[in-house]
Design a protein around this ligand. Structure first.
Ligand code: CP
Ligand code: NVA
Length: 314
């Protein structure tokens, strides 16, 4: 049976561990894997903008010996209303995998249901699993921890209860994190996911709080995202008012654990969710985080598109 990557929760902890181990091997010795996906193609559907996701998947396929096909909705029949069900069936006859970035999460699910090749979620309004898996890899790498050591790790997320916050809740479930999310009233993350994490055995825990300071207290990782996501441009002004104070700044860092990590999925809005001074102080880690998208997604592509790896899943 084909496997997809729509949601961290679809993969077991062992599968995620194996993926992250492979990502570390790919980062350390990329030349060993230079032909592993020779002859393979990945279609990449973008209904939203992207810098990191597009380039890391495209270059990642090239570095593995395969190729990527960029499909913006504006320049394909998708933008003219061809059903995703048909796009899924057509693309499955040409390519070995499909990556999609879109608005409604249900579109990714529909695409995966109708495709006979693996589908990867490159961001929806609901989730951004490739990013958060990369963030976990970056934390592990920076702190020199095994995946099992992440259990109980304090992570704070400051800002909007959006696709990133929801994916962090999935990460809390998969890796046992102690996650605190600080968001304004009315901007909470998904309640179903929140309950799933807090009611699961052996999972981490998630607390949703109002005060950024309460989330940051004693935390090892501080994490944020833009106040207005793609598709919310018209709300940007109102959101600037609502989110004022939901910012990673020096004061918040003082409340955190000693030597905290500051992560940002990018793009960043300095002076909004993070100050310019904090951003620049942590820029090396933040750009390593961006670089790691390449290594983690290459591991994902090998796991999903390489026939030998597929057999391991059956
Ligand atoms: N972080 C992230 O997904 O960046 P892009 O929107 O540039 O792909
Ligand atoms: N929450 C942001 C993440 C961008 C990578 C957005 O959806 O625009």
């Amino acid at each position: 049976m084909k496997k997809d990557f729509l949601d961290l929760a679809q993969w077991s902890r062992d599968e995620l561990e194996s993926l992250l181990t492979l990502a570390a091997e790919l980062k350390a010795a990329p030349e060993k894997f230079s032909q592993i996906l020779a002859g393979k193609s990945l279609a990449m559907i973008f209904k939203k903008s992207s810098t990191r996701t597009r380039v890391s998947f495209e270059v990642g396929m090239f570095q593995l010996g395969g190729q990527a096909v960029f499909m913006s909705s504006a320049h394909t029949q998708i933008g003219r209303g061809e059903p995703l069900e048909d796009t899924a069936r057509v693309l499955s006859r040409y390519v070995d995998g499909i990556m999609i970035r879109t608005f409604e999460h249900s579109e990714v699910v529909t695409l995966a249901q109708h495709a006979t090749v693996p589908v990867i979620n490159g961001l929806t309004d609901f989730l951004h699993p490739c990013q958060v898996l990369t963030d976990i890899f970056t934390i592990k790498e920076h702190l020199g921890l095994a995946l099992s050591d992440l259990s109980g790790l304090k992570v704070a997320y400051i800002g909007d209860g959006n696709n990133m916050a929801n994916s962090w809740m999935n990460a809390a479930l998969s890796f046992g994190l102690d996650l605190r999310i600080a968001c304004p009233l009315g901007y909470e993350p998904d309640t179903t996911l929140l309950e799933r994490v807090n009611h699961a055995d052996n999972a981490g825990q998630v607390a949703v709080v109002r005060e950024p300071m309460a989330a940051a207290q004693g935390t090892k990782v501080l994490n944020t995202d833009v106040w207005a996501s793609m598709g919310q441009e018209e709300e940007a002004l109102e959101r600037r008012r609502v989110f004022a104070g939901y910012q990673i700044n020096d004061e918040l860092l003082l409340a955190a654990d000693q030597d905290p990590l500051v992560l940002h999925c990018l793009p960043a809005h300095r002076g909004e969710e993070i100050t310019a001074a904090v951003f620049e102080r942590y820029q090396d880690l933040i750009f390593t985080q961006a670089e790691n998208r390449l290594h983690v997604q290459k591991a994902l592509l090998v796991k999903l598109l390489n026939k030998r790896e597929e057999k391991n899943h059956e």
